[in-house]
Design a protein around this ligand. Sequence first.
Ligand SMILES: C[C@H](N[C@H](C(=O)O)[C@@H]1CCCN1C(=O)[C@@H](N)CC(=O)O)C(=O)N1CCC[C@H]1C(=O)O
Ligand SMILES: [Zn+2]
Length: 623
Amino acid sequence: VAFASTDCQLITDENEAWAFVNRVNDESQEVYFKSIQASWNYNTNLTDHNSQLSVEAKLVEAAFEKEVAANASRFNWTAFQNETLKRIFKKASDIGSASLPEDRLTKLKVIESELERLYSSAQLCDDDSTCNNLDPGLTRILAESRDYDKLLWAWFGWRNVSGRKMRNLYKEFVNISNEAARANGYADTGEYWRSWYDMDNLREECQKLYEQLKPLYLNLHAYVKRKLIDKYGEDKFPSTGQIPAHLLGNMWAQSWGNLYSDLLQPFKNKPSVDVTEALKEQNYTAQKMFEVSEEFFTSLGLIPMPEEFWNHSMIVKPDDGRDVVCHASAWDFLNQKDFRIKQCTDITMSDLITTHHEMGHIQYYLQYKNLPVVFRRGANPGFHEAVGDVMSLSVSTPKHLKEIGLLEEVVDDEESDINFLLSQALKKIAFLPFGYLIDQWRWSVFNGETSPEDYNKKWWDLRCKYQGVSPPVQRTEDDFDPGAKYHIPGNTPYIRYFVSYVIQFQFHQALCEAANQTGPLYKCDIYNSHVAGNKLSDMLSLGSSKPWAVAMEKVTGNTTMDAGAIIEYFQPLITWLEKQNEGMDIQWDEACPTDLPVYTLPTQSPEPETTDPTGTGNVVFPN
Ligand SMILES: C[C@H](N[C@H](C(=O)O)[C@@H]1CCCN1C(=O)[C@@H](N)CC(=O)O)C(=O)N1CCC[C@H]1C(=O)O
Ligand SMILES: [Zn+2]
C-alpha cells in the first residue's frame, strides 16, 4: 500500500516510534557485524574471494539501511517532541551510498575494493627482484635514508606502483559517489561529508584556523629548509622556495619527526626525545607497545581493552605471504563485544604514537557501545581523531618517557624545552597544511571545480601553495599522486585530522587543568589522573547523540574550535623560531617550480648506504 504523501497518513505516536527504533537497533547490530566482519576478513587477506564476500555483505547492509529509511519515512518524525528520538530518525534517514540502485552500488563497492587492494598490495621491485611494499620497506627508506637519489627512487617509484594505476578507477568512483550524494539531497559528496559537522561554515572556520597557525608553520618551514639546504646543497632546492617533497622523512611530507635526531635537533648535547633507539634496545614488541598504551588509558580510569581485542586484533604484519591492508586502523564491530586494531607495527616512536592513536578510537567505541547504533560515532569526526592524540601529548613528554623507562634522564632547561617543542612541532605543526589541503583537493573534485584532466595539477598547486612542498621532478597527468596517499583510495575523509590537530590541544589544556597540572602546557602529563579521565569519558560516552558543541563544552567549557591552546603550547618555540629566522624571507611562491627535471626510474635501486663511522651523520657510499 503506497502511503498518501499528506501528513495525516504519517504515524505521529512517539511510543510507536521508540518501538520501531529499538527493533531496528537490534537488527542493525547483526547486519553491521556481518558486513564489518567480511570487511575485516578482506582487509586481513586481500583475495578475490574475500573481496566478493565483502561486497556482497555491503549490499545486504545497504538493502537493510534502505528498508529502515523507507519505514522511518512513515513517521512524522520531524514533528516529534523528543529531541533524541528526532535525532535518531534524522540519522537513520541519511543513508549515503545505500540509496543507490543495486547495480550502481555494486559497481561503487567493487571499485572501492579494487582501489584499496591496489594501494595495499603495491610493491616497488628493482631489477634483482628485491621488492618493497610501502610498509615497512619504503616507509623506512623515507624515514632513515639521507641519500637524495635513493629517496627520489623510493618516492617516485611508490607513486608509479600506486597512484598512477588508480586514475581511471578514481574518476569513475567520483561519478557514482556523487550520484549517491545527489540522491540524498546533497549537491555532491563533499557537501555530504561536511554535513557531519552540523555547521554551515566549516570551510570558513577551518580557513580561519589555518590562517591563525600559518605564521608558526612558515617559521618552522624556514628553519627546516635551511637545515636541509645545509645537508643536500642549495642547488637541490627550487628558486620558488618550496622544499622538495621527498626530503622530509615521510612519503607524503606530512610529518617531519624522522629528521629530528640527526638533522634538526637545535641543541645537540642534550638527551634525544626520539625513543626509537630505546624501544629497540629494550627489545620492545608490538604487544608491549600496545600494553604500554593501554596502561596509560587505564591509569586515567578509562576502560581496558576487552579479551576479544587481544585475541582477534592483527598487530603485526603477517609473514605467511598474505597481502593485507597494512595502513593502521581501528574497528568497531557494532555488536558491543568485538573491537580490534589492524596494524603492521614497526618498533619505532612513530608507531608508538600511532598505537595510541588507534587505541583512542577503541576507547571511544568502548565508551559509547551501549548507545543506539546511529549514535556510535564521534561528536564530529575530528573528535574521534583527537582521543588517542590527547594521550600521546602526555606520553611523549620527556618526564613521562623517563617514568616508563624510555628515557635515561630528563634535563630540565630552556634548551631541552626548545628541543622537545621542535620535535613536537615536526609532527603537529608540519601536519597542519597537509591536513587542510587533502579535502580542499577532494571537495574541488567532487563539486566539479577540478576535472580529471587537472587532478594532478590541482594536487600540486595545493601542495606548493599551502605546504611549501614541491615535486622533486616533473609530474604529468599520467600520474595520479593523490592516489599515493591511503585516504584517497581508502575513501576516508581527511579534514577530520586538521580539526583534530587543533581541538586535541583544547582537550589537553582542559584535562591538564582538571589534573591540577600547573606548569607550562607542553610539560603537562595527565598520567594517573582519574579526574581528567572522568571528564573525558563524560564526553566520549555521548557519542554523536548531541551536537558536537555540547560535547566540546563538557570538556573545555567552550563550544567552538579554537587555536589558542595549540599556540599557547608552542609559544616558547614560536619566540625561538622567530629569532632564528630574523631578517629572512620565510615565504615561498604560491606556484610550483616549472623548470623541474624529467626523471626515469632506474631499475637498480641506488646503493645501500652506510653512515660515516666517524659519527658525523654524513652518509658515505661504500667504495
Ligand atoms: C594511521 C591512521 N589510520 C586511520 C585512523 O586511525 O584514523 C584509519 C584509516 C582511515 C580511518 N581509520 C580508522 O581507523 C577509522 N576506522 C577510525 C574511526 O573513524 O573509527 C591515519 O590514517 N592517520 C593518523 C594520523 C593522520 C592519519 C594519516 O596517517 O594520514
Ligand atoms: Zn584515526
